[in-house]
Design a protein around this ligand. Structure first.
Ligand code: RUG
Length: 838
């Protein structure tokens, strides 16, 4: 239906069209209007929560005006668009980011002050949008910021989970999960009740012959669930481009409840259907780097892929272009294997609904998709049971089998002498039950596959996808090293450092071109610059100390060395190595004379991160950290020499306080397991150094900042297999005596009941130490010793941190997005919409 206003009425329309605030007065007027009318509050009844709501709504008005213009501009120009499919977008808070990106910080700050509020207090009222687990979701959020900043026409697609990642509480030292109901008040989303898609599940496939004699398939008699679109505007920094993040919410296709059932008295059944439908988008699965294979998760994946593809195809069809143009108009990036069902879904649309021939449909599909791999760890590679896919998505399973058939024929033709390769590369794993290897389907259905750091991309090529490199040639596989947005992770999290850099570089251009940071190196010996840089780090440590006191009740001295490890708790990330190192430090301190103690560098070991609710080992790591903290922090012999803090409920907004406060941060995964890591980049950009293994992006950080400005330790990825083998088949297991002492102390009950910790110790002593904690312990402890020594020379330390910051330009997510655009998507930026009347 043509919904445009007729030509003759458009002048009146334009005269009244909404205008964005530009001045402080206009901003204040918008805030007050929203508080008084939208929220029905008054100046006698306005707390900080209401001030936040009013401010957010005023900013939202501004963003949506820009959003409308951007979308109109894109519709008119109809360029090739990027669609970023990610089941996770870990966005954090939006208000601060929106204020900074539209360049309204001073106006908003002064305006709020005039209305009686402090901007920091208002901003801190906002709940995080926590629709993600960790690095993968935060990467997607950084990419959205860069896509908009660089003016790429791009949409993100995800699910509108009613519950994001759980909130973590610590009770008696144990993690307790509390639901995160974040939608109480979410001013950033626009429900689009007119944008809906009916998504089918179950049912069966019927074959028929059409009038021209062609054999076709139709998927029918399934259960329908409706997807409703919710849009969130994504403002670029220093540009008017405002892109869209579209989140799908599920609801029953027949509305609130089934009237037929209701009228015949089946009240419970009528509501049950509705609840079943709503369950699909109810909750984010809280597993990071772990595949759990639950039916509801597969339903989520298909629901989201089907709704998104319908939307993308609908937009393409509006342009009335021929199907062969599809991949020239549409680039779809699969963020991990979670959206792989989009591949058979596009094939289904092209074959069953648009009646294309297989070969044409397949070449369009391959040219459209790109796939980013984020892990080579077997436990994280998704595989879905064939009977489950058959039951839920019978037509898709047929298509997957057909894709496999064509693919294996191709392999057989081209590698006739390598018959055993066929079972290795088949999409279907011949297990009991059979399983669909989603990563293989993603590789086969995409034109490019990328890893997320150089070492990781090498491992992708030489391990999990080795056969595919042989089959398709090396050009299909590439690397795009991850990055972070400097807007949130420098300008927003560390405004004083951003201002200092701007004062030397003559403005904030470095926030759009992070390579300009290299000019900071010229100030490394400038006394005034050094003084301010040091003062900023100290102030950030004071801020974290204050937070630690207020929230965790632990007093820490900001003059201590702040050592921080914040990330998801996972055996491969080796928080256990860190806490064993802390216990070792404690035991050393205890055995020292008071005189020796007085020479020791005081240190605070901060930990933070969530454990997946069903991951026992990770939960015991959290418990051990808390128990060690309890003993160490209360020990009068130790005082300020060592404090151990577990920062509960680590999330994006807390990361903004924690990251600028580190002296050292820990990125100590077993070599070859952490695909990239991104917090490593954030910490260095904020003037902290790293202790790390030769893993993920640590390697490229070393290349950029120089070996003198990072503390590397531990075994290399190339040696990991041999070491693991030696644990299982070598001579009897010899533990480093210091580690043995740590284990003895844990077992003796020094940190409370040792029972819960036996798994942690046994996995190393009795079960092969898969993550090589014992192999790396000695070099870890020694390197921590080097750090203590190095930190004592504060001037040299400062030089290292300034140098490292100045060399971090490479790690901007803007660089990533330009690389994706050129190597994978083949898309160009679209100039931003013009100002009104310009
Ligand atoms: O574990 C990886 C991180 O190393 C990486 O930095 C991040 C973004 O690329 O993705 C993380 N990841 C991997 N999250 N989930 C997976 C596997 O599904």
């Amino acid at each position: 239906v043509e919904a445009s206003v007729p030509e003759e009425q458009r002048e009146a329309w334009k005269k009244h069209s909404a205008k964005e605030f530009k001045t402080k007065d206009q901003f204040e007027a918008d805030v007050v209007r929203h508080i008084e009318t939208t929220l029905a509050r008054s100046l006698f009844n306005c707390d900080e929560a209401a001030a936040y709501a009013g401010t957010a709504l005023a900013l939202r008005d501004r963003l949506i005006i820009e959003w409308n213009r951007t979308q109109q501009q894109q519709t008119f120009a109809d360029p090739k668009r990027v669609y970023y499919l990610s089941l996770e977008f870990l966005m954090g808070r939006a208000l601060d980011n929106a204020i900074l990106n539209v360049g309204m910080k001073d106006i908003a700050k002064q305006g709020l002050e005039e209305l009686g509020f402090r901007m920091e207090d208002v901003i801190s009222q906002e709940r995080d949008a926590a629709l993600g687990n960790g690095g993968l979701g935060r990467l997607a959020a950084c990419f959205l910021d860069s896509l908009a900043t660089l003016n790429y026409p791009a949409w993100g697609y995800a699910l509108r989970y009613r519950y994001g990642i759980f909130r973590q509480e610590i009770v008696d030292g144990y993690q307790v999960e509390v639901p995160d109901y974040w939608l109480d008040f979410n001013p950033w989303e626009f429900p689009r009740h007119d944008v809906t898609v009916d998504v089918q599940f179950y049912g069966g496939v019927r074959k028929y012959t059409d009038d021209s004699g062609k054999q076709l398939s139709v998927w029918e008699n399934g259960e329908i669930v409706t997807a409703v679109a919710y849009d969130a505007p994504i403002p670029g920094y220093g540009t008017r481009t405002t892109n869209n993040l579209r989140l799908w919410s599920s609801k029953a296709s027949h509305g609130e409840f089934d009237f037929t059932k209701f009228n015949s008295g089946e009240y419970e059944a009528s509501v049950a259907d509705q609840q079943r439908a709503e369950t699909i988008s109810a909750v984010l699965y809280p597993n990071d780097s772990l595949d759990r294979g639950k039916e509801l998760r597969l339903k989520q994946q298909y629901f989201w892929c089907a709704a998104s593809l319908f939307d993308i195809v609908r937009r393409f069809k509006k342009s009335k272009k021929a199907w062969k143009e599809f991949a020239n108009q549409v680039a779809i990036q699969l963020n991990d294997t979670h959206p792989t069902l989009a591949i058979p879904e596009l094939m289904r649309i092209l074959l069953d609904q648009e009646s294309l021939e297989w070969d044409e449909a397949w070449s369009i599909t391959q040219a459209t998709f790109g796939y980013t791999n984020h892990t080579v760890m077997p436990e994280a590679l998704e595989k879905w049971s064939v009977p489950l896919v058959q039951h839920l998505l019978p037509r898709h399973l047929q298509i997957i089998y057909d894709i496999n058939f064509h693919f294996l024929q191709y392999v057989e033709r081209n590698f006739p002498k390598e018959r055993e390769m066929l079972s290795r590369v088949s999409i279907i794993e011949e297990s009991e039950p059979k399983r669909v290897r989603m990563a293989f389907l993603a590789v086969i259905g995409s034109h490019k596959v990328n890893g997320v750091a150089e070492l990781h991309s090498d491992l992708v090529r030489t391990t999990i996808f080795k056969d595919f490199v042989k089959i398709y040639g090396p050009d299909k596989f590439t690397n795009v090293t991850n990055g972070i947005t400097p807007r949130r992770w420098l300008h927003q999290a560390n405004p004083r450092l951003s201002a200092l850099i701007a004062s030397k570089l003559g403005g904030h251009d470095f926030l759009r071109d992070l390579n300009l940071l290299h000019k900071v190196e010229a100030y490394v010996d400038d006394e005034e610059f050094r003084k301010e840089f040091r003062a900023i780090k100290y102030a950030n440590k004071v801020r974290l100390a204050k937070y630690t006191k207020e929230v965790e009740g632990i007093t820490v001295n900001p003059s201590s060395l702040f050592d921080i490890q914040v990330k998801r708790i996972h055996e491969y990330k080796r928080q256990q190595l860190n806490i064993f190192g802390v216990i070792h430090r404690y035991l050393e301190l205890k055995s020292m004379s008071p005189e020796a103690r007085s020479k020791v560098q005081p240190r605070v070991s901060f930990f933070g991160g969530k454990a997946a609710p069903g991951y026992w080992m990770a939960k015991m790591v959290i418990h051990l950290i808390n128990q060690v903290g309890k003993v160490v922090n209360a020990d009068p012999d130790i005082g300020d020499l060592l404090k151990v803090v577990f920062l509960s409920d680590y999330n994006v907004s807390k990361a903004e306080i924690i990251t600028p406060a580190s002296d050292i941060s820990e990125h100590i995964s077993t070599a070859g397991t952490e695909a990239s890591g991104t917090s490593n980049m954030k910490f260095v950009l904020n003037g902290g150094l790293i202790i790390g293994t030769c893993d993920g992006a640590n390697i490229e950080i070393t290349r950029e900042v120089g070996e003198d400005n990072i503390f590397l330790f531990g075994n290399l990825a190339e040696d990991v297999e041999d070491l693991r083998h030696a644990h299982f088949y070598g001579d009897s297991f010899q533990l480093d005596p210091s580690l043995q002492r740590v284990f003895d102390t844990i077992r003796s009950g020094t940190f409370g009941d040792a029972g819960p910790f036996s798994g942690l110790v046994d996995s190393i002593v009795d079960h092969g130490d898969y993550y090589l904690v014992s192999d790396d312990f000695k070099s870890y402890v020694e390197t921590q010793g080097l750090i203590d020594e190095a930190y004592k020379d504060q001037e040299a330390w400062l030089t290292r941190t300034i140098t490292a910051v100045s060399r971090m330009g490479f790690f901007s997510s803007d660089r990533c997005i330009d690389e994706y655009a050129e190597m994978i998507w083949n898309v160009e930026p679209l100039p931003p919409p013009k100002m009104n009347g310009a």
